[in-house]
Design a protein. Sequence first.
Length: 150
Amino acid sequence: MSNSNIKTIEALNILLADYHMHYQKLRNFHWNITGPHFFELHVKFEEFYEDAKLKIDEIAERILTLRGKPVSNFSSYLNLSNIKEADTTLADHEMVATILEDHSALLNQLKIVTTAAEDAKDDGTLDITGTYIGEIEKTSWMLNAWNHRS
């Protein structure tokens, strides 16, 4: 395995940890949302965590494709992730703001993965990161629009 593939695998494992933490936070918010925006956000958070669940599998499979080993226990996720756990008592707008913070962390890690994949001339990983970046940017725009309404 080349040194550049090792760097890509390491960066992907951090991204995998980030997505696991993000996924769990979305489940937390889905379960604990209350208030006047319950119905719209309950459904939206479920949509988000289902998407994160798919991405977790895709990232792990990409690591395996590169002949690496995906991290697969929560202690590793807690240690590696740029994303931290959230309280269960946040208000709806705080939940959305927290998701936007997670998006920033995910985008930062995706850029690190992209740089490593570019160095390795790894088009498969670049295809994944480009798609994820575009999706997060669009979702962030929509969440910002929701969070800044009167």
